[in-house]
Design a protein around this ligand. Structure first.
Ligand code: S3P
Length: 174
């Protein structure tokens, strides 16, 4: 059994799409943390934020990180803010390998603009500058990963190929 493969990265960097394909390729189970939180609470992430606030969501996220860290061999797509609490990364790293997906702010803007309603931290009149500002705030936390992977202008398959070849060089992951 290998370590979990944990995908971090800002909203719209492709964690879920890449994670799903990567899991398929490696014949592993795929877990999307936000979807698991939604199943557990019976609310969408937006609903959780709206009714109980970000603090409650972060606490659910923290519990989910602990729960998933007890498993092996998973591909986990985290929510973009999981890195805000360093203890989440610490616990996920105990038996997981952390890969941070990155993308250019303009591309993130294009990607998240399609599904803004599902992301409570993004305001209606979001601009590329807002994304740049959030990225800057979070940059150091995203960099606390085993490696970073650029996704801008690349197909999901190309990103997955690259991740798999990097992982083949890492002992104990695959
Ligand atoms: C968040 C990212 C979202 C979701 C929540 C908060 C963030 O996940 O967890 O809206 O703080 O960056 P995605 O990265 O999958 O959009």
């Amino acid at each position: 059994m290998g370590k979990n493969i944990v995908l971090t990265g800002f909203m719209g960097t492709g964690k879920s799409s890449v994670g799903m394909k990567l899991a398929e390729r490696l014949n592993r189970e795929f877990v999307d943390m936000d979807r698991e939180i939604e199943k557990l609470t019976g609310m969408t992430v937006s609903e959780l934020f709206r009714r109980y606030g970000e603090v409650r969501f972060r606490s659910e996220e923290n519990l989910m990180a602990k729960k998933l860290a007890n498993h092996r061999n998973l591909v986990i797509a985290t929510g973009g803010g999981v890195i805000l609490d360093q203890s989440n990364i610490e616990v996920l790293r105990t038996n997981g390998f952390i890969i941070c997906l990155t993308a250019h702010p303009e591309e993130i803007f294009q990607r998240v603009s399609r599904k803004k309603g599902t992301r409570p931290l993004l305001k209606k009149n979001l601009t590329v500058a807002d994304i740049v500002a959030m990225l800057e705030e979070r940059q150091a936390m995203y960099e606390d990963a085993d490696f970073m992977m650029q996704t801008s202008g690349r197909s999901i398959d190309a990103v997955v190929d690259d991740i798999v070849s990097r992982l083949q060089q890492e002992p104990g992951v695959l």
